[in-house]
Design a protein around this ligand. Structure first.
Ligand code: ZN
Ligand code: ZN
Length: 286
């Protein structure tokens, strides 16, 4: 299994000299098994670059999963090249939404006003599929399970299994427990956190929303984002092998993210920790 981050930023794309190394594109993550259609999670502005690359690959179908429809996860959708290639089949799913509701949400953006095209103008065959949180679905060699997170208006994370690997994508989300009560003694303080730990158990890689520092989180607990110490505690409780800090603040410069990477370079209680960077494949071994 190959995992590549195409956009690692939260809230708004931030191109510029200060973000060139970690990347300024918003959320988009690709998971691919050899010879299979890729699974793509969110269509932030990173989806534009990914889409252009997909045109040059042999596979002609794409599975696109949305966590939610905040704009930073949607900006890149109308610029995703496979949507303009009639030879591509694009399957779209958003947990908790019926196929009609998913099309309606995307159509509110591609409506001829906020974007020049309307959703029904797209030339590629688009299919919308229902996906219920907690109910795994099979897509080729992938088993995909959505799970509800803690975000204003709702968002879902994903657990993806295939090819002997297990990875998870958890953005946008606040901790499921309050500071101080989180996972004391390895025990989850509530049933939602216990269920999430069970889903993550033994994962090779988990990308978690860590847009805030712990102090910022304490000031903005209702904003629906997390911080590295919580992500590390959560993933360690689930025996995750590698944590990727993800959904970086638009204000975080490359130098600040370097310092974050330095701080976590020793890992956490035996678990490896990385800072997600745009364009690079994840190394499962190191
Ligand atoms: Zn976001
Ligand atoms: Zn959001």
């Amino acid at each position: 299994m190959r995992v590549r981050f195409w956009g690692v930023r939260g809230s708004i794309p931030v191109p510029g000299a200060d973000t060139a190394r970690y990347g300024g594109n918003t959320s988009c993550v690709e998971v691919q098994l050899p010879g299979e259609a890729p699974c793509i999670f969110d269509a932030g502005t990173g989806a534009r670059v990914l889409g252009r690359e997909l045109l040059g690959r042999p596979e002609r179908s794409v599975n696109l999963f949305f966590t939610h429809f905040h704009l930073d996860h949607l900006f890149g959708f109308p610029f995703f090249a496979p949507l303009f290639a009639p030879s591509f089949k694009v399957t779209v799913a958003a947990p908790g939404f019926t196929p009609e509701a998913t099309r309606d949400r995307l159509g509110r953006y591609m409506n001829g006003v906020l974007h020049p095209l309307r959703i029904h103008d797209l030339p590629a065959p688009l299919e919308y599929e229902a996906l219920r949180p907690g109910r795994p679905i099979q897509r080729g060699g992938y088993q995909v399970t959505a799970t509800q997170l803690n975000h204003p208006g709702g968002a879902c994370g994903y657990i993806i299994e295939g090819g002997g690997r297990k990875v998870a994508y958890l953005t946008d989300t606040s901790p499921l427990s309050r500071p101080g009560e989180a996972l004391s003694g390895g025990q989850a303080p509530n049933s939602r956190e216990a269920a999430l730990i069970k889903l993550l158990r033994g994962a090779d890689l988990v990308a978690v929303d860590t847009m805030f520092s712990e102090d910022e989180y304490l000031e903005k607990m209702t904003w629906g984002h997390g911080y590295p110490e919580y992500a590390a505690t959560l993933c360690r409780a689930a025996d995750v092998k590698k944590l990727a800090l993800f959904h970086h603040s638009p204000d975080a410069t490359d130098d600040e993210l370097d310092r974050l990477a330095d701080r976590w370079s020793g890992g956490y209680q035996g678990m490896r920790v990385m800072v997600a960077r745009e364009g690079a494949d994840v190394d499962f071994e190191g």
